[in-house]
Design a protein around this ligand. Structure first.
Ligand code: SF4
Length: 79
């Protein structure tokens, strides 16, 4: 029973983990789609591109990543 509880706890932690999004600066064509579509997640702060996936629903983050015209954005599947 204890093992089951530990497994259930791990599953809960996995579900609650935010997506991890990577960005390849060499591939980005700076179209601005991501920062316009989901500014709470994709924004420029002090001249640096910041990605905060936990600031929006996973579905919206995934859709914005999928719409990146250069494919500079990717979901880190191993996370
Ligand atoms: S949507 Fe993609 S190509 Fe456009 S600015 Fe964002 S990362 Fe760069």
């Amino acid at each position: 029973m204890r093992e089951f509880a530990a497994g259930a706890q791990r599953a809960k932690e996995v579900r609650e983990m935010a997506l991890q999004v990577t960005w390849d600066s060499k591939v980005c064509i700076h179209s601005g789609n991501c920062v316009k579509t989901l500014p709470q997640v994709f924004r420029v702060e002090n001249g640096k591109f910041v990605i905060e996936p936990s600031a929006a629903d996973d579905e919206k983050v995934r859709a914005t990543v999928a719409a990146c015209p250069s494919k500079a954005l990717k979901i880190n599947q191993s996370a």
